[in-house]
Design a protein around this ligand. Structure first.
Ligand code: G3P
Length: 224
């Protein structure tokens, strides 16, 4: 399973990249607004860090077909790794069809039902982003949606990649992995939490304490 970071924060992207755990980045207008920086500055910096191979999702803000297609073409010019986020609407799906024909990668966003995911795949979307956390927020089962999309895509051999989005905690990531989702896009805080286990901390402390109790001349120089 690939890990994307769901952020427009450059420091967070650099840290995840340093850990060697960054397969891509997803942004949205809210995340870009949070940075307090101009859109192009943020987008270009992220694209540069990720290089030509790893995808960066950038979202259109038009809601009509022509507007979305024109904005997507401009966004795609920013780099070969740009995937254009298009909202899940009839106009959006029509735009995805056109953009797919032009070879522009798309990520259908704001997906909350298996039927919406089916439409995105039929339009040829490169990625689909079901929002699990926002479903949980309204007492629906976000991960059930992922289970159903995985089943539908596998039944028909759709190649659209599933990005589990609106991830709120490590449990979402665990379930996404068990269900065979292609990608989880996670906020930086969730990525940090994935490392953590209290027994790891306790175990490491114990190993070091026991090692340090050895006489100094028992330890080779390179293990001091
Ligand atoms: O980027 C789309 C999605 O991951 C947003 O998450 O936490 O705002 O529901 P959230």
């Amino acid at each position: 399973m690939k890990f994307f970071l769901d952020t427009a924060n450059i420091e967070e992207i650099k840290k995840a990249n340093d850990w060697g755990l960054l397969d891509g980045v997803t942004t949205n207008p809210t995340l870009v607004a949070k940075t307090g920086k101009p859109f192009l500055k943020v987008a270009e910096e992220i694209i540069k860090i990720l290089g030509p191979e790893r995808p960066v999702s950038l979202e259109v803000v038009a809601t009509d077909y022509n507007g979305m297609v024109n904005q997507a073409r401009e966004l795609a010019k920013l780099g070969p790794n740009v995937a254009v986020k298009i909202p899940m609407t009839p106009e959006g799906i029509k735009a995805v069809k056109t953009l797919t024909k032009e070879g522009i990668k798309t990520n259908v966003t704001l997906v909350f039902s298996p039927m919406q995911a089916l439409l995105a795949a039929k339009a040829g979307a490169t990625y689909v982003s079901p929002f699990v956390g926002r479903l949980d927020d309204i007492s629906m089962e976000g991960m059930k949606l992922i289970e159903e999309i995985v089943a539908i895509y596998s039944a028909y051999g759709f190649t659209t990649k599933i990005i589990v989005a609106s991830v709120r905690h490590p449990e979402h990531v665990r379930q996404a992995a068990l269900l065979g989702a292609d990608i989880a896009t996670v906020p930086f805080g969730v990525l940090e939490k994935l490392f953590k286990h209290p027994l790891t901390d306790i175990g490491l402390e114990r190993f070091l304490k026991d090692w340090n109790s050895l006489p100094e001349d028992f330890k080779p120089k390179f293990l001091k």
